[in-house]
Design a protein around this ligand. Sequence first.
Ligand code: PLP
Length: 421
Amino acid sequence: MSIKPLPFTAEQITSIAAKYPTPFHIYDEKGIRENAQRLRKAFAWNEGFREYFAVKAAPNPFLLKILKGEADFGADCSSGPELMLAEYCGINGEGIMFTSNDTPASEFVYAKKLGAIINLDDLSHLSFLENCAGLPDLLCFRYNPGPLKEGNAIIGHPEDAKYGLTREQLFEGYRIARDKGVSRFGLHAMVASNELDPDYIIETAELLFNLAVEISKELGIRFEFVNIGGGIGIPYKPEQKAMDIEYVSEGIKRKYDQIIAVSGLAPVKLFMEAGRMITGPYGYLVAQVQHIKKTYKTFVGLNACMANLMRPALYGAYHHITAVGKEDSPADMKCDVTGSLCENNDKFAIDRQLPMVSSGDLLVIHDAGAHGHAMGFNYNGKLRSAELLLRSDGSVLQIRRAETVADYFSTIDFSAMEWFE
Ligand SMILES: *Cc1c(COP(=O)(O)O)cnc(C)c1O
């Protein structure tokens, strides 16, 4: 049946929920560490391989520190505050990939100051960067293959995407950068999101390797790295299969040997900037049932809402739900699992078969560890929940407290109300 394992027992999570009010997000440190090791080992054949964790997926400094400490992950940032987070965690210099778009000058200046690898999203950003911060020694461009590459469901067709340079612009960008004295180069593309087909990732690497060879030959420049971006999917549904990362690695190695090594371009470092697959399966949103409502359908109302996890409402995404302590009960209650936002799409699940639950039961919403808490917002006066870390030794550490009403009002100066009419 549709069982997805949990890193805690029903008793454990019940006692955690007695101490920390629900809803909260809880991350499984052991799972995150083992997964990070597995990725690092899988790509050990490539000297200089590095995963730059996409900070936007789970921008918590405790998680960044775990990833850096465990497997020397860098940080993929796209804004000033994300750069600050990386810096706080001791990730700096070329440990940071600055893959931004529509970038303000102040953020280029900051990224340059940190010595981050700057990944340009447009040809026009070359002179923009030169004017605001000066050109660095090392520069990367983001490629958009357009109709050359079929899109996937979430990211859509590359030619409709706002990201990256066309092929012609790419050649021009590297040529101008070379002529202006940039001496070190990287190449990047990110063409997938939540992709579960391993061959799609291998093909992306192949596309980039071929392009790196062509550009190198035409312009006489050397690529230090190829960054295949993020976008590796996770099995949100119980019947889906996790991507076989060793298979991906072997496939990419084969392409590397056939394309990069044969052309005499080796060594080229392989970078990736996965977010979802790094923390996604190891984070859980834990909430309590408040009301069971029966009208034309049955609604299980939680004390969490889409402000805590927006993916189901935003993309109609599936997130598996476990009723704590009822794992072995038959799932014979068909219901919508809802939040309390005044938005009808505030639902964690629609027509889901759950065991009979009642008010007070704890529900665990799976795979909320990436693009979960991070997408939180305050619409309808909803407050973001706490983030907890289930440590490898079984203890629990609060790594971000829940927002309070004071946080909600903190940006308003109520003293100005005195003279306001
Ligand atoms: C969002 C993003 C990522 C991470 O994507 P995942 O789907 O979480 O792996 C990586 N790189 C860039 C540029 C992104 O925008």
